[in-house]
Design a protein. Structure first.
Length: 145
């Protein structure tokens, strides 16, 4: 007996649903699995702290706004590296979101300090451009870009 056309149609969605479910299982497993051990995580976290201390010590030789810019860069690097560490250790939507936010905040802090060298309208324009770039980067992070 020959199957009618409705039998064939009913099986195609089942196959598509099964294929989608299998793809979802494999992709969820890849995203949820930590990519490093707890010991590697701890070692990398300590390295980030040591690099921050070194960067901070290098800033001590500077003075004035140059020192402020240097400190903002050191703090920004530390926060971005911590966000990258968390993303590597516990990949997921939350950590994928926090990394671009950390970058946006770090870039904004440095730009804000660099704007302190300017005066009057130049400083206002510099600060509003820095804020606009931060807002744009945060919006991209929210959209998942």
């Amino acid at each position: 007996m020959m199957p009618n056309s409705t039998d064939c149609i009913m099986h195609k969605p089942d196959i598509a649903a099964i294929a989608a479910a299998i793809a979802l299982v494999f992709s969820a497993g890849a995203v949820a699995a930590p990519t490093m051990s707890k010991a590697e995580y701890k070692a990398r976290k300590e390295r980030i702290a040591a690099e921050y201390k070194t960067g901070k010590a290098n800033c001590d030789a500077l003075s004035g706004n140059a020192k402020d810019v240097c400190m903002a860069e050191a703090r920004g690097r530390q926060r971005v590296e911590k966000a990258e560490l968390e993303l590597d250790y516990k990949p997921g939507p939350k950590t994928h979101y926090y990394l671009p936010i950390a970058r946006a905040n770090a870039n904004y802090a440095v730009a804000r300090e660099k704007c302190d060298d300017k005066t009057g309208n130049d400083k206002k324009v510099c600060l509003s451009e820095a804020k606009a770039e931060q807002t744009y980067a945060k919006t991209d992070a929210i959209r998942g870009r």
